[in-house]
Design a protein around this ligand. Structure first.
Ligand code: ARG
Length: 568
């Protein structure tokens, strides 16, 4: 029974409805709940009064040695040693480490990665892929039905010029050009011809019409382009260790046949208005600088459908056909306005009705060490594949020098886990709303809030067990006499609350911060409390604390999509 489970009924009684107690680890007590603060605004009562009422109602006598109202209205909870030992002991026999499977699973669509066909994936897509994959992993682990939707940019006017360029090169030539991995040069060449050559421009325009009209030969050429790009993206996903597969591609084109129905629905509901020949929706709440409502263009004046229309069709299909109740869009913050408008229009159209809801899981940019947009040495955009290869090379080199005992194959394996892990972790450990600076030294450092620090803590614990030659006894009494033991035990008990919190807000830096605190608490414990040299029963108890730390680190990093080598 968790603190949260005990507090929830008391909060519900005081609030007259369900309230999430939001229990967190705290520096001022073992755990803290700050739910009274948010509730105060809703109930129009002083938060301290609410906190006191919850304290008086909550059944915590067997868990807490002290429950106090503090500050503006926090509830500070101090666990009794018996309760703490019981909680930590219970983790030992629980493969889910105290994190239950949700009682009411939802269908969740996670829209992420979404690179564009015939363009190289760049670091801008890195964050979407890394954050989105963590979202998908965490929600799936909690027992939700997760649909990964890779909303590939595979449709629209640029395909006219791309296909014509392909025709010019000849299919074999184009396939070669595309397979060597430099999609950008193909795109740039097509673009240059389009800008310079009026004849080419005309062909490109006709091609778009043929593509949208379903001309078989044009479709075949288009598939060729899409498949080459998909192959490239899958290579990157493999390198990046993400769970996206070829089955998750749901490109913009896959909504094409649904677009006329979207338009018809909106028309029937009287939501469409003409604006300079384009059919638009004016969703409530979105106004421009001049205070005028902003249009969301559903069908352009030339009759074509664009990005907003496709997203409307996708919502209609995800909430309607797939029955999803949580629709997540892991896309950069510059598209915030787009999603606000699309969501508002979908709600107006009745496609997105409670309990179904959509959330833009936005994020900032990745910056270079100079604090500007990340650039390659030649000044172009940095390609994801090159970035990952550099990370792995650097980490492999570090692994070799740090531990000369590793054979070449193991060093390569460690280098891959650490290099890719470092990139992903640096992304996830930062508040996603902010820009984050790509700093090789810092993210590969063994000190600080980094992947290598956590991976090293894990491998260190595994080495204790290699030396011990035994596994931890799950029924060993949990030792709490030493402050460092108690501090570590508290962190272990904090895993479930942090997972619950991240499930709600999808702020993965909270999970990263938690794992960092756990590893730090372990290192302090290991420095002060001998494990293998301790007398029984303390030795077994300390081994158990070490083993649980390793399991939580491993599970936590797995949720972030990061591997944990046994040796480093
Ligand atoms: N392909 C788009 C881009 O590169 C991202 C698509 C995001 N997903 C969506 N449903 N709109 O900017």
């Amino acid at each position: 029974m968790s603190l949260s489970d005990r507090l929830a009924p008391a909060f519900a009684a005081v609030a007259g409805g369900p309230v999430d107690p939001v229990v967190r680890r705290s520096q001022h007590a073992d755990f803290q709940s700050d739910a009274a603060l948010a509730l105060a605004r809703r109930l129009g009562r002083p938060p301290r009064e609410i906190a006191a009422a919850v304290r008086d109602r909550a059944d915590l006598a067997d868990l807490c040695s002290s429950v106090q109202v503090s500050g503006p209205g926090f509830l500070n909870l101090t666990l009794s040693d018996a309760a703490l030992a019981g909680m930590v002991g219970a983790l030992a026999g629980d493969p889910r480490l105290g994190v239950p499977v949700v009682a009411r699973p939802e269908t969740v669509v996670v829209d992420y990665s979404a690179p564009n066909v015939a363009k190289e994936m760049h670091v801008g897509h890195l964050r979407s892929t890394v954050i989105g994959d963590a979202v998908a992993r965490l929600l799936a682990w909690r027992g939700h039905r997760v649909v990964r939707a890779n909303h590939l940019g595979d449709w629209g006017t640029p395909f006219g010029m791309l296909i014509e360029h392909l025709v010019d090169l000849g299919e074999a030539g184009a396939a070669h050009e595309l397979s060597i991995g430099d999609l950008d040069s193909f795109y740039t060449a097509a673009r240059a011809k389009f800008d310079a050559d009026a004849g080419f421009r005309d062909r490109a325009r006709l091609r778009v019409v043929a593509l949208q009209g379903g001309d078989p030969d044009t479709r075949r050429l288009w598939r060729l382009l899409v498949e080459q790009s998909e192959r490239h993206f899958l290579t990157v996903y493999d390198l990046l260790d993400v769970t996206l597969t070829g089955a998750d591609f749901r490109g913009e084109s896959s909504y094409n046949d649904l677009l006329p129905a979207v338009l018809a629905d909106l028309d029937r509901l009287g939501l469409l208005r003409d604006s300079a020949g384009a059919a638009c929706v004016f969703p409530p709440g979105s106004v421009g600088r001049d205070g005028e409502p902003l249009p969301l263009i559903v069908r352009k004046s030339d009759g074509g459908y664009g990005y907003p229309a496709t997203d409307l069709a996708a919502i209609r299909q995800r909430a309607g056909q797939l029955g999803a109740t949580r629709l997540l869009y892991v896309v950069g913050l510059p598209q915030r306005r787009h999603f606000e408008m699309v969501f508002a229009a979908a709600r107006q159209a009745g496609w997105l009705t409670p309990p179904a809801r959509a959330e833009h899981v936005g994020f900032g940019s990745i910056l270079g060490a100079d604090g500007r947009m990340l650039r390659s040495r030649a000044g172009g955009t940095v390609k994801l594949q090159a970035l990952l290869e550099e990370a792995v090379a650097r980490a492999t080199e570090l692994a070799r020098t740090r531990n000369p005992e590793l054979g070449a194959a193991e060093a390569a394996e460690v280098g891959r886990a650490v290099g890719v892990g470092a990139i992903k972790y640096a992304d996830l450990a930062n508040d996603r709303h902010r820009d984050h600076v790509l700093d090789w030294e810092r993210m590969l450092s063994l000190d600080g809030n980094t992947a290598p620090y956590l991976q090293y803590a894990y491998s260190r614990i595994r080495s204790i067990f290699r030396r011990a030659g035994v596994a931890a006894r799950p029924d060993a009494p949990v030792p709490l006499a030493e402050p460092a033991e108690r501090a570590l035990a508290l962190e272990l008990a904090g895993f479930a609350p942090v997972v619950a919190e991240v499930e709600r807000g999808l702020e993965f830096h909270q999970l990263a911060g938690y794992l960092f605190r756990l590893a730090t608490a372990f290192n302090a414990f290991y420095e002060r409390c001998p494990v293998l040299r301790a007398d029984q029963p303390v030795r077994d108890g300390r081994l158990l604390l070490a083993e649980l730390t390793a399991r939580v680190l491993r599970q936590g990093l797995e949720l972030l999509g990061i591997r944990t080598p046994e040796r480093m």
